[in-house]
Design a protein around this ligand. Sequence first.
Ligand code: SAM
Length: 365
Amino acid sequence: MPRSAFLPELMWPFDMDTGTSFSVSRSGDLDLWHAYADADVPVVTQWDDGAHTGADPGRLSTSSASMPSVVARMLRDLDVQPGARVLEIGTGTGWNAALLSYRLGAANVVTVEVDEAVADAARARLSAVGLHPGVVTGDGLLGYPDGAPYDRIIVTAGVRDLPYAWIRQTRPGGLIVAPWGTHYSNVDCVVRLVVAEDGRSASGRLTGAVEFMKVRSQRHRVDQTAYLPDGFPGDAVTTVTELTAADLGLDDRLRHPFAAVAGLLVSECTLLTDRRGTAVSAWLYGLTDRSWAAAVLVDGQVGSTVYQSGPRRLWDELTRAHQWWVAAGEPDVTRFGLTVTAGRTNAWFDNPRSPLLLQDVENAG
Ligand SMILES: C[S@@+](CC[C@H](N)C(=O)[O-])C[C@H]1O[C@@H](n2cnc3c(N)ncnc32)[C@H](O)[C@@H]1O
């Protein structure tokens, strides 16, 4: 089931190293277009919820064909068996729905896409390869109750809150595979939840770090100016940190274990970074009040000035989280998991029966 059958005439491969996209058109350079269609890179297919026109990349990528190796990893986590009924959230190009339909029969596959034009294009491309799964235009956070119960739900857009509807629409013992994360960064962790026998909760481990575009209603932007109405440094107090950009994984968020784990340990906080040459500015913003912290971390230098303001000392929280993580043997995300019940998501470490208590992290060191 070639990915090229699901890609448009004009597309924007995403370069993972530089974090930038560039346009490739089928009619302009057929060989190049096919090379990217078959490469292990994400390919953006829509910008700015469809408001963007022209060949240059837009501001925000809002639909794509995911990186094939990530698609394969998540399908492996999904562990589909013949006869299983699957709901996919985030149809995008329709390629993943095609892979599932090819494997399970299109009658067993339903996929939900929030964007009408994207859903229409996917339906047409699926039809062109002779596959007719249910393609529903709607908000996937509601699932698709008309087709429930499902044996599997696979989500291909990042979420910050896991909707309880997905648990209610999955059979006991069924699986939900979704890119989930906190507002700490754009990193998502694939979570593989098993629905409990009573159908009321689901629990499972994180299987690895990835980065997906977020579901429409859970995109998040911090208005930095609101934190510093009188300019920098305002009433900030200063301290010195021994943490470096390398310790925090600031340049390698998908591979550095702490970069993905930190979001589980420091609650209600967003990290924004800006690298210029050998220095990274790191800013932390509290999401429940106007606390902020900032430091400029120069490569190879231990001992940088930290500015902190507001009721929370966010850099101190990050430092304690790092100390806890080092003392725990520098675990990666696969040692952590989630348990989701109505209205609540609890993270745990190693043992699903012992929730990760943030006060333990707070008291570290
Ligand atoms: C990374 S793409 C999905 C890739 C797709 N599975 C494929 O095979 O090409 C994410 C998609 O999720 C869609 N999306 C965003 N929020 C959504 C929501 N609330 N419900 C359903 N789809 C949503 C986006 O419009 C986008 O098309």
